[in-house]
Design a protein around this ligand. Sequence first.
Ligand code: NAD
Ligand code: UD1
Length: 337
Amino acid sequence: MTIFLTGGAGYIGSHVLLCCLEAGHKVVVLDDFSNSSPEAITRVEELTGERVTIWRGDIRDGTLLRQIFDRHHIDAVLHFAGLKAVGESVADPLAYYDVNLGGSVTLVRAMAAAGVFRLVFSSTAAVYGDQVLMPLTETSALAPSSPYGRSKRMVEQVLADLCAADSRWSVAVLRYFNPAGAHSSGRIGEDPRGVPANLIPYAMQVAVGRYPELVIFGDDYPTPDGTGIRDYIHVMDLVQGHLVAMKYLADRTGYHVWNLGTGRGHSVLEVIRGIERVINRPLPWRIAPRRPGDTAQCWADPARAAADLGWRTSRGLDEMLADHWRWQAQNPEGYLS
Ligand code: NAD
Ligand code: UD1
């Protein structure tokens, strides 16, 4: 197949790119490199020995998208391009509606014009918002609590409406929980611009000495050790979820939603202990007040993906942290470009 991968230089996109190439697909990437480096794609090419066609540009550029669909015979689209920082989305909501919602509408319009109707969309557990009942199933209430989460939920609604209006569409919405880890080579991984907002990238940068200590946001949650619980999923398990979802869509139409999580939560202190095992020394940390907007706990019920797709995660927290650490230790400053 020829796959069009938007945001293919990013953290998750670059890992998906690697596995698509290894599976024998041709891949065309569109990325504006606003939150990534072309070096990620170069490294994927080195790891696979395959060449990637790269288009540098904006997902909102309909003319460019038409050009890409004219030039390549695309079979399926995996749509990762977008903005993902929750705090930034509160400060600059228009950017999020513009890129995430507007970009997705521009993309599906170009797809329809080119007669391409198979799409896998990167959604997020943030569409559920603050929920009391765990685990979260695909039918749990949806109450996103940030413009980021709302922009993703809106795209889901657009895609559902599209599938209802035109039976040629074949759409998978994948709601990721907390991706972490890296490819076992240590050559590609998460390289956040600026100060990392998420726990594992921040803690890893403390471990390489870029920050003096990890700040734990609250130890007074109603959880066994008082710190927040999340469902961390290895990025390579997440990648497999995309490959099986794409296969599922090959002979089906309609709108399909799956949670991609492990079904198991870990507290901040458990993650810290895991990192200490991997780096073989203590990680400096201190307790601070809760981060506004955080929830006590969040984990997935991945049963639907298991039943429909035969997909299950196979990598645990220790492997995730070891792989993340290999990437971070070998690339303390990230891609450096
Ligand atoms: P990322 O920022 O590493 O990757 C996104 C890619 O899209 C980057 O390469 C960036 O340069 C590109 N991009 C951004 N705006 C663009 C635009 N206007 N035009 C073209 N390219 C653009 O993020 P990621 O972690 O790889 O996430 C990929 C997708 O998964 C995103 O849509 C994100 O919302 C979603 N997601 C991520 C997480 C997570 O924790 N990483 C969780 C849930 C959902
Ligand atoms: C964040 C996003 C969420 C997104 C998810 C995956 C917010 C409010 N939510 O969620 O929308 O889907 O990432 O990308 O940003 N923590 C610390 N110290 C830190 C960083 C985090 O103690 O320096 C704690 C948090 O309080 C939380 C846990 O670690 O309990 C995980 O935090 P994080 O990695 O930011 O993920 P989420 O909060 O799940």
